[in-house]
Design a binder for this molecule. Sequence first.
Ligand code: NAD
Length: 492
Amino acid sequence: MTTATTTDVEPALRLPPAKLFIGGEWVDAEGGTFTSENPATEQSLCEVAAASAADADRAVAAAQEALDGAWGKTSPRDRGKILWRIADALEARTEEFGRVETADNGKPIFESRYVDVPAAIDALRYFAGWADKIHGDTLAVQGPFSMAYTLREPMGVVAAITPWNFPIIQAMWKIAPALACGNAVVHKPASNTPLTALKFAELATEAGLPPGALNVVPGRGSQVGRRLVEHPGVAKISFTGSTEVGRGLMKDAADTIKRVTLELGGKSPNIVFADADLDAAVKGAYNGIFYGKGEVCAAGSRLFVEKRAHDEMLEKLIARTSRLVPGDPQHPKTRLGALVSKEQRESVLGYVETGREEGAEVAHGGRAADVDGKGYFMEPTILTGVDNQMKVAQEEIFGPVLVAIPFEEPEEAVSLANESIFGLAAGVWTRDIGKAHSVAARIKAGTVWINQYNWYDSGAPFGGYKQSGFGRELGSAALDYYTESKTVWVGK
Ligand code: NAD
């Protein structure tokens, strides 16, 4: 691990070397290096190794070697112990990992320190507990001398491909269950945010994970990512990212009939009825869109408010939002950091412009924000006068931009909510418990929050309906996606 000094953050961040992590050690990449930038300062953080397709092949070979060797021979209970030790090691370095995550992504240290790293630790511990409880069944088969049972076996080499918005969380939602089930992992982190993934692989090895059980190969999705998807030695792809890339990935995976799980984009409805606790709903709507800079797959980016509460709700929401000012993400009081990159901010600002052209009103924000003259900051933004058919109501903006749409009846709210290609999450705010459950049942989404928003737990499955993907992460449901079931028949 090299120690690099940044001019913007003291003490120095502990950044990984410009190497790949393969077979339990740092190795040079054939693909050269690329620069990781701090989006809050526009300064380079460090050089990162860029894996080539051949490097991806090396990582797959190292993972297979681990399965054929020490890792494959590790008992389920010992796998659990190792995962638990990794969690302890990460917990001891929460601050360090949090600061690097914030420098790489631009998210407030408040989030990295108190949510992202702890959630990653929690996923490790949750799946550590499962490692020795994954088993098949004995089956009540017919026939005088027959019996049959099922085994649940690891799939083999799992390629985890992750996005930039929650780097260490997304990584751990894949790595922890994959390892608990006895697979070996090749992780391809997003190019914008590869640093905690590299640091984590070293930490895991130091904590006792056998070499090759986890390998990390940053690089271009179209090269190293694609190679992993097409590689015949990779049994399964666990992908989180955009619907567009997921669509192509599914096609690429078809040639080898690869197991695939896809956690994709969203445009989640947050529905507020007039009988709700409006102050709680305001807080929920605010956190639903501005937490994580709105770069959140499940962001409550479409706010539907019952007409008779609409103006009061919007007034309160705008008042609260006007106190949210972007600032230095490493400052403990900052609650809105920098967007992940220049391109991302341009794209988000472009959507605000599109909204204006479509006839929406910018009720708050809408512009780039100035924080000491540098960084990709943006004002928290609320668009009103929006129609659900507008581009800003249908496409994932992936930034701190909320569109507000009024409705009259519960039926209308449900059909507007479901008028979307996405189905990742939704929120419902009402004091009427019957209405809450009825609406939750009719919304086509993998997660529905009633009178809360953006809550997660390692024990609660998460994933999409429709073009938000398929498969589930977290909970016991995740184990099905990292194991194969084998039926064994026994004659006399
Ligand atoms: P992205 O789709 O551009 O990239 C995701 C990952 O895929 C990156 O590591 C990228 O390098 C890689 N990749 C790109 N092209 C590839 C290819 N052809 N083959 C294999 N890999 C390839 O997404 P992003 O911009 O990093 O992240 C934002 C997106 O992720 C948003 O759409 C967001 O909704 C989604 N997301 C979904 C969830 C969820 O759980 N559903 C969670 C977080 C983010």
